[in-house]
Structures are given as structure tokens and as C-alpha cells.
Write a protein that binds this ligand. Structure first.
Ligand SMILES: Cc1cc2nc3c(=O)[nH]c(=O)nc-3n(C[C@H](O)[C@H](O)[C@H](O)COP(=O)(O)O)c2cc1C
Length: 200
């Protein structure tokens, strides 16, 4: 694979000890790692522990003046990406606080990059994904129309599977492939545009 291919980060948003999110994240990673048109990287928010946001000023003002190494490490990670697949649960009809807290610590690192979401829950995380799309606009991202919604009919068998077999999500393989193709188009196109016209 060439370094010209967009780096797609799969962000695992749940950090709960008994989280389900690892299963859809493993499925997405397995599926996209087979592709030759992108580079795939799993980013687990557990690996970026941050306190609840307590900075004096928002990152929209301070940009990359990171106050500590934990935030700087998280910012550098997001900076590397050309596009994102966020694998998110739905907590009380929203996306989890772990994800919002991570988002609020940085800002320009997300700019002009596409976002595609994989949700799970009673309505496939649809309400969480809609909220995340709204927030992504403030981050100057390009939220995609495509999304993957893992409903209880696949979530329950996957919850009960030990060891987990990504084949359980095979009915969604086609949808994921289409969504990823669109994400790669946006990621490549916007990477070229960012390089041609750098801003931040
Ligand atoms: C605080 C909390 C709130 C929840 N609210 C919802 C909800 O609004 N809609 C839904 O479909 N599932 C909801 N659930 C159930 C989650 O879909 C389920 O627990 C799922 O496994 C959470 O993802 P995670 O295990 O990866 O953290 C909620 C779970 C928690 C812990």
C-alpha cells in the first residue's frame, strides 16, 4: 500500500470495561483492512485517557498550543487521519460522554475531514449518530450520508458470541463497503484539497 492512500481511523468511542463496541470495531477493522485503497488504524479512546475538560480556553482559540502531553498525543493522532469511522453506542439517545470529552479537547485536527459513523443499539445508534453529525459541522468536518446501524437482531447474537466472530455482522458487509468507498472518496479528495490550500 502506498502512503498516498488515505489514513482512515476507526475510533472506538465506548471506554466501558464491559463494552460491546469492541465487536463492531473489530468487524470494521477486519473488513477495511482487506481493502487496498486505504490505510486503516484503530484508535481506542481508552488509549487516550483525558480528564473531564477543564482548560481555560477552548481549542478553537488555542488551536495546537497543547497544555499537556496527553492532549498533544491525542491531537497528533487525529492530525494524522484523513477520515474517520466513529464506532459509537447510544447512551440516553446521545453519543457517549467519553467521545464528547475527547472531541472538546482539540479542534483544528478534525477540520475538512470526512466522518462516517457505525452505531449500535435499539435503533442502531441512529439518534447518537444524528447528534454527532450536528457536532461534526462545528468541527468543520464533512459528515457522510452513509451510516451503519447495528440493530438488536445482530447486536444480541454478537453480544452472546464468545469468542466473537465478525461473520455475525456479514449482513451489513455490503452497506459497510459502500459507506467506506464514499468515505475514501471524501478522504482522498479533501486530503488533496488540504495539501493544495493549507489553512491551519
Ligand atoms: C448509560 C446508558 C444509556 C443507554 N441508553 C441507550 C439508548 O438511549 N438507546 C439505546 O439503544 N441503548 C442504550 N443503552 C444500551 C446500550 O446500547 C448498550 O448498553 C451498549 O452495549 C452500550 O455500548 P458499549 O457496551 O459499547 O458501551 C444505554 C446504555 C447505557 C450504559
Amino acid at each position: 500500500m502506498s502512503a498516498e492512500q488515505p489514513l482512515i481511523q476507526v475510533i472506538l468511542a465506548s471506554t466501558r470495561p464491559a463494552r460491546f463496541g469492541e465487536k463492531p470495531a473489530a468487524w470494521v477493522m477486519q473488513r477495511i483492512s482487506e481493502r487496498t485503497d486505504l490505510r486503516a488504524q484503530l484508535v481506542d479512546l481508552r488509549d487516550h485517557p483525558l480528564p473531564f475538560f477543564d482548560q481555560d480556553a477552548p481549542a478553537a482559540y488555542t488551536l495546537r498550543e497543547y497544555p499537556n502531553e496527553a492532549i498533544a498525543r491525542w491531537g497528533r493522532s487525529v492530525d494524522e487521519a484523513d477520515g474517520f469511522v466513529v464506532v459509537t453506542p447510544e447512551y440516553n439517545h446521545g453519543y457517549p460522554a467519553s467521545l464528547k470529552n475527547a472531541i472538546d479537547h482539540i479542534f483544528p485536527e478534525f477540520h475538512r475531514k470526512p466522518l462516517m459513523c457505525v452505531g449500535y443499539g435499539n435503533v442502531g445508534g441512529a439518534r447518537a449518530i444524528e447528534q454527532l453529525r450536528l457536532v461534526s459541522v462545528e468541527l468543520e468536518m464533512a459528515p457522510l450520508r452513509h451510516a451503519i446501524h447495528i440493530l438488536p437482531e445482530l447486536m444480541v447474537p454478537a453480544m452472546n458470541a464468545d469468542p466473537f466472530d465478525p461473520e455475525i455482522f456479514a449482513p451489513l458487509d455490503g452497506k459497510l463497503d459502500v459507506a467506506i468507498s464514499d468515505l475514501v472518496w471524501w478522504a482522498s479528495t479533501l486530503a488533496g484539497a488540504r495539501a493544495a490550500s493549507p489553512r491551519l
